[in-house]
Design a binder for this molecule. Structure first.
Ligand SMILES: Nc1ncnc2c1ncn2[C@@H]1O[C@H](COP(=O)(O)OP(=O)(O)OP(=O)(O)O)[C@@H](O)[C@H]1O
Ligand SMILES: Cc1cn([C@H]2C[C@H](O)[C@@H](COP(=O)(O)O)O2)c(=O)[nH]c1=O
Length: 218
């Protein structure tokens, strides 16, 4: 049964780039690896709905609880593929997983309700939806000014033509998301966790250096 490795962090911190680089490096070294990213835009009922609300196209407000259930459902709809990937590979790399839901939706409620919502999401996804726990999670720590520049460099997205989607456009939300990730890592929720500093002197480290550090943690 393959190991489950999660790459986490705020928007635009380089998760997808690191996940694909890690996958290539593992495959080149003779271990079979595959990347599964969430949300599954356009591929699940929940993923289609998530794309719509991130694009600002939902006719009704999407509360933190409603969004949390949709993101969890997106993973539950994809669970057979997760199990198949785990059964047929040495390593399954997730580009976002349950901690994304905890950090983001926990940032969309008032401070006192944040930790209870994060704990509720973890129970929903692990206990009710039977999603497997990660073997190791890596938090990519990228300064937010740099992450915003990287978001602008991203290729065209499937779900929106905007430069910043609804969550990316909200700078205060992004700051609370980062604080939540730091709290999740410090408390070891769905851990173990390792933190990877992705930049030096205000610039991104080369992708290969980030991947080497992640492999050392694995
Ligand atoms: N180490 C790096 N050096 C230079 N550019 C990078 C590096 N990592 C990522 N980038 C660039 O930054 C942009 C965002 O990267 P990426 O898509 O990997 O971020 P992400 O965290 O997955 O974003 P999102 O949260 O929005 O899905 C891309 O254009 C990518 O090529
Ligand atoms: C998986 C997942 C994601 N989110 C949030 C985080 C991002 O702002 C968006 C979409 O992710 P992307 O990497 O920019 O494509 O959704 C979330 O709140 N809960 C989740 O489970």
């Amino acid at each position: 049964m393959g190991k489950l490795i999660v790459i986490e962090g705020a928007d635009g911190v380089g998760k997808n780039t690191a996940a694909l680089g890690l996958c290539d490096a593992l495959n080149a070294s003779g271990r079979s690896a595959v990347v599964i990213g969430f949300p599954r835009y356009g591929e699940t009922v929940a993923g289609v709905t998530i794309g719509r609300f991130l694009a600002g196209e939902m006719p009704v407000p999407v509360t933190a609880e409603a969004a949390a259930v949709l993101y969890a459902l997106d993973r539950r709809e994809w669970l057979p593929r997760i199990i198949e990937a785990r059964d047929t590979h040495d390593v399954v790399i997730f580009d976002r997983y349950i901690a994304s839901n905890m950090a983001y939706q926990g940032a969309r409620v008032e401070a006192a309700a944040s930790r209870p919502l994060m704990d509720w999401i973890a129970r929903l996804e692990v206990e009710q939806f039977a999603l497997p726990r990660p073997d190791l999670s890596l938090y990519l720590d990228t300064p937010w000014e740099l992450a915003r520049e990287l978001i602008l460099q991203k290729a065209q997205r499937s779900y929106t033509d905007r430069s910043f989607d609804e969550y990316e456009a909200d700078i205060a939300l992004q700051q609370r998301v980062r604080a939540n990730y730091e709290a999740i890592v410090a408390a070891g929720l769905l851990g173990p966790w390792r933190v990877v500093q992705t930049s030096t002197d205000g610039a991104m480290r080369p992708r290969e250096a980030i991947v080497r550090e992640i492999i050392a943690h694995i």
